[in-house]
Design a binder for this molecule. Structure first.
Ligand SMILES: [Fe+2]
Length: 349
């Protein structure tokens, strides 16, 4: 018997979170060590980062199949640690991500291409990812089951179309890797589900499926009220008290301004009109609401100070940029330009 491997094959690590019965997948191209991570769970952050480090993976993407209601994603924190890009289906409407993937679009890692298949129904923004004979179906199609359709804009009718017209048209041998299995079954195939899935297989009619799904009468997931808003921010919920360890005042900003290094920047988050009237000398005007467009550039600085008039806009800009992965920010959170003027500090206009 020969055990020789003729072609290096895609490495698939199926990782589980037993609290929520969630499967996370780490895919690695052995030739280039480039990889992607699908549906990471916040509680498993250290495990997943450890594995990525140990295996020497250059993580390109964190792929989310949908906005989960049962667990909080680790995507935002993994992006901060690895520089990987966060991908959601475009219809999920999640802010502060890197790729809003359209149906049919492709993502490359190493020698592999991931095809994005929009599979709405469990939620309206659900996508499945197809790569190399494998389908990562999220909660659209589960092993001998499917995701519920009674919240997050779910629709049994839509899910029926997604599964029967898209997923069931893939080759029977396609291996199915779902986001959950509550019985530890790991994986299935499209052929097996077409034959045996009690909800959607064996030629189940649309009417019977909708009737079945609309009468499941399930309890809400325990974490839904925490998980959905947190996942809309890629798992990094903004708590000003956590980030603004100490009160940073306009007098502190004056000291920082006095010794400002080449690699430091002061940003004024007020409107151009307010900025015109008078601002901290040398500060850059990035009006609140547009800060996201400057995120990549602001990342290059060792430190970026934010201020506005009362601290409210600077704090919100601070939150938005933190969610986008910036960890070099200092925010004047409870005062602003009027205190600078009162302090008698130099004003530029
Ligand atoms: Fe779900």
């Amino acid at each position: 018997m020969s055990l020789e491997i003729t072609r290096p094959t895609l490495v698939v690590r199926q990782l589980s979170d037993r609290d929520t019965w969630t499967y996370t997948y780490l895919l690695i191209d052995p030739a280039t060590r480039q990889g992607v991570l699908i549906d990471p769970v916040r509680e498993q952050l250290e495990r997943d980062l450890g594995l990525i480090r140990e295996l020497g993976v250059e993580l390109l993407y964190v792929l989310e199949t949908h906005v989960h209601a049962d667990h909080v994603t680790a995507a935002g924190m993994i992006r901060q640690q690895t520089g990987a890009k966060i991908v959601y289906g475009a219809a999920a409407g999640v802010q502060a991500i890197d790729v809003a993937a359209e149906d049919g679009s492709e993502l490359k890692f190493g020698q592999y291409k991931i095809k994005v298949i929009a599979t709405p129904g469990h939620t309206d923004g659900c996508v499945s990812y197809y790569v190399d004979g494998m389908l990562f179906s999220g909660d659209a199609l589960l092993i001998h089951g499917c995701g519920r359709t009674d919240f997050q804009q779910g629709s049994a009718d839509t899910l029926y179309s997604s599964v029967t017209q898209k997923l069931f048209t893939l080759p029977d041998a396609t291996r199915l890797y779902p986001a959950h299995d509550y019985n530890g079954r790991g994986c299935s195939t499209i052929g097996e589900e077409k034959r045996w899935n009690p909800r959607l297989g064996n030629g189940q009619s649309r009417e019977a499926f909708v009737e079945l799904m609309n009468n499941l009468d399930l309890d809400l997931p325990k974490k839904i009220n925490e998980a959905v808003p947190a996942n809309l921010a890629s798992g990094i919920s903004f708590d000003p008290k956590r980030y603004l360890h100490e009160e940073f005042s306009m007098s502190d900003l004056y000291k920082a301004w006095h010794n400002l290094g080449e690699d430091e920047l002061i940003v004024d988050n007020r409107t151009p009109e307010e900025y015109e009237i008078g601002h901290v000398p040398g500060s850059r005007n990035i009006p609140f609401g547009t800060e996201g467009q400057s995120a990549d550039e602001l990342k290059q600085y060792k430190r970026v100070y934010l201020y506005c008039r009362s601290g409210r806009r600077a704090q919100t800009a601070f939150a938005n940029l933190s969610i986008m992965g910036l960890n070099n920010l200092v925010c004047v959170g409870h005062s602003g330009m009027p205190q600078w003027v009162l302090g008698g500090f130099e004003v530029e206009s």
